[in-house]
Design a protein around this ligand. Sequence first.
Ligand code: FRU
Length: 319
Amino acid sequence: MKKLAGLPALAVLSALSVAALGCSSKEKASQQEEGPRWTIGMSQCNLGEPWRVQMNADIRKAAEAHPELRVVFKDAQNDNLRQRSHVEEYVRTGVDLIIISPKEAAPLTQPVADAYGRGIPVIVLDRRVLGDRYTCFIGADNKRIGRAAGRWIAERLGGSGRVVELKGLMTSTPGQDRHSGFVGGIRGSQVEVIFEADMKWLEPNARQEMESALARFEDIDLVYAHNDPGAHGAYLAAKAAGREQEIIFVGIDGLPQEGQIYVKQGLLEASFEYPTGGKEAVETALEILSGQEVPREITLSSRVFTTANVEQGGEWLEQ
Ligand code: FRU
């Protein structure tokens, strides 16, 4: 919100007269009464997975250190149209900056471009939109993560094996990049993808797809899932079929309370970290709001947690 928006006329007058007096302590006091200086509208595509709950928590925690910031959150519950209307609502109510983690690239491109076109800075977090009508993109490099996973898997399987790939939503950029990176990572090996399906990031879908894979193939060496909920769903399907011991499970996200625990428990052999970027988004927002230039793209680094290194805090991926 703009500093004086929505205040009763009397409050506006008194704020103006304090400013006219040029009294800095009174000015400060009046600013405190007015509350935070800037409002950020955060548009989250869904809160169904622990990873997204963590992203919001990271944003909230980083913002708490800055009383000049107020963050409002909206959850689109995995619905593009709802997320679009949330962005439009933020524009209508005049937030100072928008952070969006979009569900899918194409449907959210226009509302983001419109907000940006009206002079509202937009930080796109984790999943991308199309084109370049936004202020800054923040996220880890999903191609690099996919490639690292492919190389790790090829090595773990001794150069050959039969793999099930459970993809994230293929109309979202992390799904596309985790797939193409992986294909590059296994190139030159004898690793073969015998079954692939789009589980749309969702554990119940992954479980169902894995049931089909198990019914069709007697021999599966490894499951590469584009996120940890997907890897966990596949593990549960294999366990129900009594085949979890013969299959290796690999996922992505690596949250301390999710993927890292699965690795410690031996459910997954590896989970590749996908940082939420919540803290970086708030820091970047502050820079933008205080008039500083920020890069168009901020790439976050990532670790791999394996059975061998999870207790030591994982290992950083090569840049
Ligand atoms: C959560 C999630 C994460 C994944 C990210 C990709 O909705 O599926 O598990 O890493 O989104 O955007």
